[in-house]
Design a binder for this molecule. Structure first.
Ligand SMILES: Cc1ncc(COP(=O)(O)O)c(C=O)c1O
Length: 485
């Protein structure tokens, strides 16, 4: 008879929130059992997460032998394959090692590789998706492709704009009720960063001025540095770009291009309301500018806000990406461009990379077709909400976004008590937490009044620890923690 209080089977109900299923009953014969399993996750993921958390917190020291698969499965009322899958994934992540004929053991710390750690620090400085079911989904599709003739046609020489069936799939994937680009307007890109580079080469010449939010995406600053574009900051409020400020800056600078992130802006995590989008679109239209709209995080909101591109499609180059669903190394993104630019866009792709890699689009779009992508996205939204709930629990005084949407991979921590982003960066690093370096997002040269905390890269237990460390730091008056000794 299973000894779980509530049987944790393959058909566990998914639900939001952080409550887990408590594991009751004697476990004296087990070298390890999870204290609870998160019912919001697939069973193997819940087990994997419990295992990772216990390893991270030291509850399971290196070298501990884990219970045999079969024993743990029957103890928890899980299927054998669920436990096997969890152990296998833990092995891939370097959390455990298998020894032939002996069993499975907790790995020594230097055998673990985790994107949640950087040089021994808990990493809240890089905006990655939380690890969930993505690797397993990738393994399944790659295995499928490797069988039969799944690879045929994926290495074609003439895929510059993207294979026709991929462009059709991408057009559908990014479409919203108000924005439906045709497959002819779609480009497959090696990620949104590549898309931004292409967009710039299509819309402005080196030396030109580009209007950007006064805190902007660090990768866009890198492109501006490389190509010699001048970035001019536009004031932001709780909704992002301020319309009056935009209009004024257009008059002052005579810029012809705006770059903006209307949804889950990086670094501030702000999202524009529909009314604000309308006003920004009208101004861009009235003054004859173009817009590069970066929407790599829009999929993380339950209802993706309507892109500005839907209001001014002939003026907007719209970007999204799969790397924020999988991992940064999954270099596959898409850009929708106004029809008159498409010929030149093809040339730009050809000049920069010949074609984005069709294989990755095949993988992603197979998942879209089978519904796996939708499930991954749903799980990422849930996990993002849990992590934001953790952030709110530890920093209850932080302002709630005007739209109340607490999701996405990053949160903006406003700094109290005279703290600066630089002070917090160095103090946090001293205490084992890495946050985004000061000045990364600033355009006007002014220090940021807050810091971006990336909630996705670390495991949940490590994230909680890191947030608690930051909370302790900023509760002290600024400038008191340095010793010159
Ligand atoms: C706002 C923003 N735009 C674009 C990118 C680039 O995405 P990709 O990995 O698809 O190149 C990132 C990645 O961090 C980002 O945060």
């Amino acid at each position: 008879m299973p000894v779980t209080q509530q049987r944790v089977g393959e058909t566990m109900n998914k639900h939001d929130g952080v409550a887990g299923t408590e594991i009751a009953g004697s476990s004296s014969e087990m070298s390890w059992t999870p204290r609870s399993l998160d019912r919001g996750l697939a069973p193997y993921l819940a087990l994997l997460q419990a295992l990772e958390d216990d390893v991270r917190t030291g509850a399971l020291p290196p070298g501990t032998q884990l219970p045999p698969h079969r024993a743990l499965a029957s103890h928890l009322g899980l299927s054998l394959s669920t436990v096997t899958k969890a152990y296998r994934e833990a092995g891939i992540r370097g959390v455990v090692v298998g020894r032939v004929g002996q069993g499975t053991f907790v790995a020594a710390p230097d055998q673990r590789q985790s994107s949640g750690r950087s040089g021994g620090l808990i990493n809240l400085g890089i905006n990655l998706s939380p690890a969930g079911d993505q690797r397993e989904a990738l393994r399944t599709v790659f295995a499928e492709l490797a069988r039969g003739n799944g690879l045929d046609g994926l290495f074609a020489y003439d895929a510059q704009q993207g294979l026709a069936e991929h462009r059709a799939g991408l057009a559908d994937w990014i479409a919203t009720p108000g924005f439906r680009p045709s497959p002819e307007q779609i480009l497959a890109t090696n990620g949104a960063q590549h898309g931004l580079d292409l967009a710039l080469s299509l819309t402005c010449a080196p030396g030109e001025t580009i209007l950007v939010e006064d805190l902007t995406y660090v990768g866009f600053k890198a492109l501006a540095d490389l190509h010699g574009y001048r970035l001019e900051p536009v004031a932001m409020d709780e909704e992002g770009l301020v319309p009056e400020a935009l209009e004024e800056r257009i008059r002052e600078t005579r810029a012809r291009l705006v770059y903006a992130m209307p949804t889950l802006h990086s670094p501030t995590a702000r999202t524009m309301s529909p009314a604000r989008r309308q006003r920004i679109a009208e101004i861009i239209e009235r003054h004859g500018l173009r817009l590069i709209e970066d929407d790599v995080y829009g999929f993380l909101l339950d209802t993706k806000p309507e892109p500005i591109a839907g209001l001014i499609p002939e003026r907007t180059l719209y970007l999204s990406s799969f790397s924020k669903i999988f991992e940064l190394g999954f270099r596959a993104g898409t850009m929708a461009v106004p029809a008159p630019l498409i010929e030149r866009a093809r040339l730009a792709v050809r000049a920069s990379t010949w074609s984005a890699t069709p294989l990755l689009f095949e993988v992603a779009l197979r998942m879209v077709r089978t519904g796996v992508m939708e499930r991954l996205v749903r799980e990422l939204r849930q996990e993002s909400r849990r992590r934001h709930a953790l952030f709110r629990k530890i920093f209850p005084g932080q302002r709630t976004p005007h739209d109340g949407a607490l999701s996405g991979y990053h949160a903006w921590l406003e700094l109290p008590n005279g703290w600066t982003a630089a002070d917090l960066f160095f103090a946090a690093r001293n205490d084992g937490v890495l946050i985004t370096p000061p000045g990364s997002a600033s355009v006007a040269g002014r220090p940021e009044a807050g810091v971006r905390l990336c909630l996705g890269a670390a495991g949940r237990a490590e994230l909680e620890r890191a947030l608690a460390i930051l909370r302790q730091l900023i509760d002290r008056p600024a400038g008191t923690m340095y010793s010159v000794a």
